[in-house]
Design a protein around this ligand. Structure first.
Ligand code: ADP
Length: 378
């Protein structure tokens, strides 16, 4: 199999596998997509992430050609795809409900797209053998879908996409019908598959753990708009705004509301906990409402008297395997979550002292956008 495919005659002359330019989609008065731009590199695994109703599936269906767009352009393999039928787009869609043909064997289900395309029998057999070997369902080829487990059915659906050797796979929550354990297993299988087949993949999920573990780049969406595009680590560490900070990561980032104030020529954040924010002085930010964000693992239990630390009362102790999540209240009533390791000896009702890891504080302006601090890494 070739691993990537692209051409250079797209709108911008660059080598994107898929290019989405100013795409909007309206259903009557509902704006499902409010102007989306997204470039996907050949071989990339891109995850569209966001809450239910944010437009992920609509965007995927527009790429697949299963839905018309209202405005904008979609290029696939460098070719304008707006007017191409789904079958002419060189993409293969994998749905959450596997859409297998119940009266056909696994072999026939997997080979079906090639049969429809009139490929020779030998080639179909070869491709089915290749895909079923890759997916470890080679011994199930003579079974019917209702004789398979959920995980096996999902593999058959994937097999049917693989034999087509499309330019891109489009996957709409493909694991959401599986139980938790199988989901984790299929997640790593899909990733292994991606590494072997190396094909551009656009993957829709509302599950941020799926997104964080699978994506080369995550596209965080909300209300039909892209909030941020970036590698999982960047989206986690440097969220573009409060929405991304609270949607990505479990537990969500601690966000504490307060105000930016300037007194005696010094700018500070006045809020529920005392903080020193290096880099705030030179940041582009007016006095007024603002918030700070700190990840739970960037809060540290410390001793009384530690510079910059503040007191808190532990309200809830939740062990989660290797970590414990502590819910604590600070003076004034704000609630924070602190992640400590499982060995930590701490009890509900206990008074603790908390400090903040260096460089951990993000600042969000009154509109909720993250403010670039002069201390931020480039
Ligand atoms: P997601 O996949 O993120 O859950 P969708 O793309 O399915 O979101 O939907 C985005 C928005 O468009 C939602 O408000 C949804 O109700 C609306 N929508 C989706 N499909 C249709 C349709 N066929 N008719 C009317 N509204 C739709």
């Amino acid at each position: 199999m070739t691993t990537t495919a692209s051409t250079t005659d797209s709108a911008t002359g660059t080598q994107y596998a898929i290019e989405i330019l100013g795409v909007t989609k309206r259903y009557g008065k509902i704006t499902a997509l409010g102007g989306v731009d997204l470039d996907i590199e050949p071989g990339e695994f891109v995850v569209l992430l966001g809450p239910s109703g944010c437009g992920k599936s609509t965007l995927l269906k527009i790429i697949a050609g299963l839905e018309d767009l209202t405005e904008g352009e979609v290029y696939i393999g460098g070719k304008l795809a707006n007017y191409l039928k789904p079958s002419a787009r060189d993409v293969a869609m994998v749905f959450q409900n596997y859409a297998l043909y119940p009266h056909m064997t696994v072999r026939a289900n997997i080979g079906f797209p090639l049969k429809m395309a009139g490929r020779p029998k030998g080639e179909i057999e070869q491709q089915v053998a290749f895909a079923s070997g890759l997916l470890q369902i080679g011994s199930e080829l003579d079974k019917y879908p209702d004789e398979l487990s959920g995980g096996q059915r999902q593999r058959v659906a994937l097999g049917r996409a693989i034999v087509r050797q499309p330019l891109a796979f489009l996957m709409d929550e493909p694991l959401s019908n599986l139980d938790a354990l199988l989901r984790v297993q299929m997640r790593s299988e899909l990733l292994r598959l991606h590494k072997r087949v190396g094909r551009t993949t656009v993957y829709v999920t509302h599950d941020q753990i799926e997104a964080m573990t699978m994506a080369d780049r995550v596209v965080v969406m909300r209300n039909g708009l892209i909030q941020q595009i970036g590698p999982p680590d960047e989206v986690y560490r440097r969220p573009a705004n409060r929405f991304v900070a609270s949607f990505v990561g479990s537990p969500p980032m601690n966000i504490l509301d307060g105000r930016i104030e300037t007194a005696d020529g010094r700018r500070r954040f006045a809020g529920p906990i005392p903080v020193e924010i290096p880099g705030l002085a030179g940041a582009t930010l007016d006095d007024g409402p603002a918030a700070i964000g700190i990840r739970s693992e960037e809060l540290v239990l410390t001793g009384v008297g530690t510079a910059g630390s503040f007191p808190a009362v532990i309200e809830l102790v939740e062990p989660v395997g290797a970590d414990i999540f502590l819910t604590a209240t600070v003076e004034g009533g704000a609630i924070i979550t602190i992640r400590v390791d499982a060995e930590t000896n701490v009890a509900e009702g206990e008074n603790v002292q908390v400090s903040i890891a260096p460089g951990a504080i993000r600042v969000f302006d009154g509109a909720g956008d993250r403010v670039r601090l002069t201390s931020d890494a480039a």
